[in-house]
Design a protein around this ligand. Structure first.
Ligand SMILES: Cc1cc2nc3c(=O)[nH]c(=O)nc-3n(C[C@H](O)[C@H](O)[C@H](O)COP(=O)(O)OP(=O)(O)OC[C@H]3O[C@@H](n4cnc5c(N)ncnc54)[C@H](O)[C@@H]3O)c2cc1C
Length: 382
């Protein structure tokens, strides 16, 4: 058992770390404040090959693996989570369903631009009336000749309304199964299709430089060939995508938690109180030690889940554990880092204020903490 990174993995981590510090850090506060999408940062991430990390070269990818994506997400989130979630959603929710389930034609048509970062894809599962209970999907798609006609809406969809968004994969009810349950399928809807409206961006507490919209489908027609994979496989498809995505979100959460440690150490050395740096006080030292402990153990949890997934072993429980643990400790670390910064921690100019605002969603997106517990308990046979 060897938890050390290979030379190649270490090199990737360092290059993303440098990029995060040199390119993301100086620019992101303004995007965060203005709620603008960081197109130039995304363009440079594309040039670095980050959007193609876990995909084979034959589709325009970098020939890496899912763990490489996780390393990149951790390093980005150590500096900023809006940028990290843009990459996470683009790869694991956007391009991955097409890579995993798409036909050869769909892959040739969509993957090259998605893997180069020139275009983004979104994943539309959640609806205004149903999130955790994704089986409660109301959006319907009816086959009319050689076209699907889609009606319904999707809520909180990441990367769905940028200037470079090229498609959204939408889960929809396409019929009724013999046992009376809903038949769910996934359909590719290209941006700009008549009847597909992207609502104005949400006003969010955090991730304010990431792109999130409600999507409305009103007699939206797409070719029958836009079905992703087999009809009726929508439920199984999104479960697979979410299981994997949880490992990526765990990596992102570990990055945020580690960023809190970085900023707290820096501040504890600088800030003076009662005649000495606050880092001299054991109360502060212990907070930082506990934060490091949490980031470290959460990192091991996602390494374990990623290793199992890449080995082709069952990983559902481990992915849920990693996501649940990493998101919980990210919130803990953000709270403590803010506390260490005192009043300045409440000022938006300090990165820890951003970390604090960005941490909470990690306990909600891609399956709430309650849902992770349900997944773990079910897997244990409870
Ligand atoms: C910024 C942002 C970006 C997002 N991006 C995307 C995206 O790109 N694509 C996408 O499809 N979705 C996206 N989502 C949606 C996200 O995945 C959902 O918000 C999440 O899954 C929770 O669903 P919900 O909001 O409907 O909450 P609900 O399911 O209504 O849950 C409300 C509360 O009830 C609890 N609960 C529900 N059922 C149970 C139960 N059986 N037992 C115990 N407790 C329960 C939940 O844990 C939660 O605390 C995004 C959300 C946000 C905020």
């Amino acid at each position: 058992m060897d938890f050390r990174l290979s030379e190649e993995q270490e090199a990737l981590r360092e290059s993303v770390r440098d990029f995060a510090r040199e390119v993301v850090a100086p620019a992101i506060a303004e995007h965060y404040e203005q709620h603008t999408f960081p197109y130039e940062i995304v363009r440079q991430m594309g040039k670095m090959g980050l959007f193609g990390l876990p995909f084979p070269e034959e589709h325009g990818g970098m020939g890496g693996d899912y763990f490489a994506l996780c390393l990149a997400l951790e390093e980005l989130a150590r500096v900023d989570s809006s940028v990290a979630i843009t990459l996470e959603a683009a790869v694991s929710l956007g391009a991955m369903p097409i890579y995993r389930f798409g036909t050869d034609e769909q892959k040739v048509l969509w993957l090259p631009k998605l893997l180069s970062g020139e275009a983004l894809a979104a994943f539309g599962l959640t609806e205004p009336g149903t999130g955790s209970d994704a089986g409660g999907t109301q959006t319907r798609a009816v086959l009319d000749g050689d076209e699907w006609v889609i009606n319904g809406s999707k809520a909180f969809i990441t990367n769905s309304g940028t200037d470079i968004t090229t498609l959204v994969t939408v889960t929809a009810v396409t019929g009724t199964k013999p046992d009376g349950s809903k038949e769910l399928s996934t359909i590719i809807v290209p941006s700009g299709t008549p009847g597909f409206t992207v609502a104005p961006g949400y006003s969010k507490v955090g991730w304010t430089a990431s792109d999130t919209h409600e999507l409305i489908f009103d007699d939206c027609r797409v070719p029958a060939a836009n079905l992703l994979g087999e009809r009726g496989r929508g439920f199984a498809q999104f479960l697979r995508i979410l299981d994997e995505g949880r490992i990526a979100i765990a990596a992102l959460a570990v990055g945020l938690a580690q960023g809190c440690v970085d900023e707290s150490i820096k501040y504890a050395k600088e800030r003076q109180a009662f005649g000495q740096p606050i880092g001299n006080y054991q109360a502060i030292q212990f907070k930082i030690a506990d934060m490091e402990l949490k980031a470290h153990t959460a990192r091991l949890a996602y390494y374990d889940a990623a290793a199992r997934m890449m080995a082709g072993e069952p990983f559902k429980r481990q992915a849920a554990i990693a996501k649940l643990h990493a998101s919980t400790i990210a919130v803990d670390n953000a709270r403590e880092a803010t506390q260490i910064h005192g009043g300045y921690g409440f000022m938006n100019e300090y990165p820890v204020a951003r970390f604090w605002r960005d941490s909470k969603i990690l306990e909600i997106g891609e399956g709430t903490s309650e849902v992770q517990r349900m997944v773990i308990a079910r897997d244990l046979g409870v």
